[in-house]
Design a protein around this ligand. Structure first.
Ligand code: C2O
Ligand code: CU
Ligand code: CU
Length: 561
């Protein structure tokens, strides 16, 4: 990723600045990466957010943030994540429906200097997803310094519509991040007193857009605070997509609240605005009580920009492009939630200790523990989750590995813009509640859990997280069946042995093989292989997971030296 370091317009060209604000920094548009193989290097760097000051940062393939990854539904992709952080990390594909072993959760650590290469088929619908580190206890530390990027998934349904999709021209990725800079202008992890907002790494910058319908892909990539987005003159915009897919129809709005981790795609009609400067703003004064960034919360720490309205960026509207989109479609897609009949229920209580605490949070009375699986479920099952919030502040609740539909918020039908596919939902404070429905589709793994957590990163890091195992269908019978149709030999590996052979009955051929050491660290992934090189295994116990079209089997092999 090459960011264009246009830090400030030099005062040597004052005529150009006439009538404009002096803080003219063009908002940078991250480069894109596409194709079957995506190479990402997570690295340390510095970035000049403030003139003349080098701020220490982390980025993917660069100093801050990362390239936008463009994927097509149905494609196979291998992501090579090379870790050059001098620290352990993980990278999570937030919102993508992938197997737990490919998810980049705290259970897929990548050691310093190593490369992790998950490979999977893109199953998701066209929408805006993102990626970021997820090492337990270190997520805030790594994300807040800049390690995050967007993923744009395209699919045939969305591609058939006349929507703006020329990246960086009429289809604009915007990563909004509250940050805390200390007096030396270094980013600190203390996310409760955020004092600045970056848009694609730029403070109060300018975006040049054509006078036509444009699409803005908004990510609240903050560690803590919420946004209540809107335009200065209450210009109406239309939300077309939520976290994980298109809405049924564009929803007209003048304000849009996003909690940490949430995304939205909006269309704005700039056709009549050529030559004008449009302010896109934070309306913190309009956030509900208890939403971080809004009106002061009892017992909460207040950041200098909380409960204020301010400019996030200026849009300078220029000439339209030749192939401009000029109309907004009336309908988009049909979202159909799974039937509630026959679904089982689960409840999650968000609580604080002591009750008024603004920093110490629990889910169902528990703190996250890497070794504790909070519940087991089964692939194919539909569940209704009720999340109640007994704390004084709102928490954005996120689930890995699947999308969900929101059935109700505080007992009422959700507003139209929350009725599409989502993977983060804001649970309102002070006995607020959200009911959602989800289905465990496609992936099961007897060993590696999926996570659910508050997406306020300091909350997540301090244990406001849980995990669950999705077992294969009909309580393990398919798994046992797979076990009977596959053979791994030998299982006791004497010194000097080169290969472990895998044989399968017809129809049970391995599609993917994953090997884990006894700490659950993924050692290798092979596709369509029938043997494993012994020198790639750990000494001691190794667990070989074999995924077939009809089920998953696990074999233990022991390597002796
Ligand atoms: Cu974006 Cu588990 O996180
Ligand atoms: Cu996620
Ligand atoms: Cu929280």
């Amino acid at each position: 990723m090459k960011f264009n370091f246009l830090n400030k317009i030099p005062i040597a060209i004052p005529l150009f600045l006439a009538g404009q604000s002096l803080a003219q920094t063009t908002i940078l548009i991250p480069d894109t990466l596409a194709g079957d193989v995506i190479n990402l290097t997570l690295q340390n760097g510095t970035r000049e957010f403030y003139p003349g000051v080098a701020t220490k940062t982390i980025g993917y393939n660069g100093n801050f943030l990362g390239p936008t990854i463009i994927l097509n539904q149905g494609q196979q992709v291998t992501l090579n994540l090379h870790n050059q952080l001098s620290d352990t990390t993980t990278t999570h594909w937030h919102g993508l429906h992938v197997a737990p072993a490919n998810d980049g959760s705290p259970h897929n650590p990548v050691m310093d200097g190593e490369t992790w290469s998950p490979s999977f088929t893109v199953m998701d619908k066209a929408a805006t997803y993102w990626y970021h580190p997820h090492l337990h206890g270190k997520t805030l530390n790594q994300v807040v310094k800049g390690a995050a990027g967007l993923i744009i998934v395209r699919d045939p349904e969305e591609t058939a519509m006349n929507l703006p999709r020329t990246y960086g021209v009429d289809d604009i990725p915007l990563v909004f991040q509250w940050k805390t800079f200390d007096s030396a202008k270094q980013i600190v992890e203390m996310d409760e007193v955020d004092n600045e907002v970056l848009v694609n790494g730029t403070i109060n910058g300018t975006l040049h857009l054509p006078a036509q319908v444009v699409r803005l892909r908004l990510l609240n990539g903050s560690s803590h605070r919420f946004f209540d987005f809107g335009f200065a003159d209450n210009l109406t915009f239309k939300q077309i997509a939520s976290d994980a897919g298109l809405l049924d129809a564009p929803v007209s709005m003048t304000r849009l609240i996003l909690g940490s981790g949430e995304r939205a795609e909006i269309l704005v009609d700039l056709s009549e605005l050529q030559g004008s400067n449009l302010k896109f703003q934070q309306f913190g004064t309009q956030l509900p009580q208890g939403y971080p960034g809004g009106p002061m919360m009892m017992g909460g720490m207040t950041g200098p920009k909380d409960n204020t309205d301010f400019d996030l960026l200026t849009i300078q509207v220029g000439a339209p492009t030749s192939n401009a989109v000029t109309a907004i479609p009336a309908t988009l897609t049909t979202n159909t939630a799974w039937p509630q009949a026959g679904a089982s229920s689960r409840s999650f209580g968000l609580s604080a200790q002591p009750m008024m605490s603004m920093t110490n949070f629990f889910i169902n009375g528990l703190k996250f523990d890497m070794e504790t699986v909070n519940f087991n479920t089964q692939v194919g099952k539909t569940e209704i989750w009720t999340i109640t919030n007994q704390t004084m502040m709102a928490h954005p609740f996120h689930i890995h590995g699947m999308h969900f539909y929101v059935l109700s918020v505080n007992g009422a039908t959700p507003p139209a813009n929350l009725r599409g596919r989502k993977d983060v939902v804001v649970v309102p404070p002070m006995n607020g509640s959200v009911k959602l429905i989800l289905r465990y589709e496609a992936f099961s793994d007897p060993h590696i859990p999926y996570m659910y957590h508050c997406h306020i990163l300091s909350h997540e890091d301090t244990g406001m997280m849980g995990q669950f195992i999705v077992n294969s269908a009909s309580s393990g019978t398919i798994e046992n069946a797979a076990q009977e149709h596959l053979r791994v030999s030998p299982t006791l590996l004497a010194p000097g042995l080169e290969k472990v052979e895998i044989s399968a009955d017809n129809g049970w051929e391995p599609i993917q093989i994953e090997v884990y050491d006894q700490d659950g660290c993924l050692l290798l992934t092979e596709r369509n292989a029938t043997r494993i090189a012994v020198d790639r295994l750990a000494s001691g116990m190794n667990s070989i997971q074999i995924f077939t079209a009809r089920g998953t089997a696990v074999f233990k092999v022991v390597k002796t030296n």
